[in-house]
Design a protein. Structure first.
Length: 255
């Protein structure tokens, strides 16, 4: 991959291209969405400011990660921090988003709302959750002896909740509201409410350790975000907070 050219050189030569491996996660990333979705628009804006053209290749999420790890792609996003991933790929020091996991429930069943800020809170309240098998909360259910109905897709979980076969379903807030309308109809959002956030995590671009440009592009991204334009994006996205600083300290210790 060539280095970005000066503005004069770009008149006669196309900008170098960056190809990201991503999956479907509407409305954050979606092949048919405007600008490929909310998170993709952010990444595009940054790298275009840095002098690149950006292209996305849509794959199943597992393949997007594995192929980036192997060096077939230079980067993938958005992913949350884990020690295992840190040993396999390069994390940027700055997140591009923050996820907020909340519990969705029907207002008709709980007209006074649900005071929940932890998944474990559903046990003493006697709530029956529905979830998607292999999602992050499956281990939480197991650790707290919470008996949940696990289905294979988010669409099935929403239909389960709509039929009142379950009381609550945990999902990322923006994704949940998008899916309510997509699966149950445009007017369905009026029937639902959410709990407080039960989990909030920063989400990062992961750069390949095996791709020849992975380390260089990770450093270039961090340098850009260190500057005034990068700071403006950080503020706009609401990811400049003390939690981000903790992640920066962790990622800063990477080899």
């Amino acid at each position: 991959m060539a280095k970005p050219q000066s503005p004069v050189a770009e008149i006669s030569q196309a900008r170098p291209e960056i190809l990201f491996a991503v999956g479907e996660w509407p409305p954050m990333i979606a092949e048919k969405a405007i600008g490929f979705g909310k998170h993709a628009q952010r990444v595009t804006a940054i790298f275009e400011e840095m002098g690149y053209r950006v292209r996305y290749e849509f794959l199943p999420w597992r393949r997007a990660y594995q192929n980036t790890q192997r060096g077939e792609y230079v980067a993938t996003f958005p992913w949350v921090w884990s020690d295992q991933r840190n040993s396999q790929v390069l994390f940027s020091r700055y997140p591009v988003a923050r996820s907020f996991q909340k519990g969705f429930y029907k207002k008709s069943r709980f007209p006074d709302g649900l005071d929940i800020d932890d998944v474990a809170d559903i046990n003493p309240l006697g709530l029956q959750p529905v979830g998607v098998a292999s999602y992050w909360y499956e281990s939480v259910f197991h650790n707290h002896n919470i008996k949940a109905d696990l289905v294979t897709t988010s669409d099935a979980a929403w239909r389960f909740l709509e039929a009142e076969r379950a009381d609550i379903y945990f999902e990322e807030e923006d994704v949940g509201w998008f899916d309510v309308a997509r699966v149950l109809g445009d007017d369905a959002a009026e029937r639902y409410a959410t709990t407080g956030s039960v989990l909030s995590e920063n989400m990062f671009i992961l750069f390949s350790r095996s791709h020849p440009d992975g380390g260089r592009l990770r450093d270039a991204f961090d340098t850009f975000m260190d500057g005034p334009k990068g700071h403006d994006y950080c503020v706009e996205w609401g990811v400049c907070d003390p939690v981000v600083n903790i992640h920066r300290e962790l990622v800063g210790k990477m080899p």
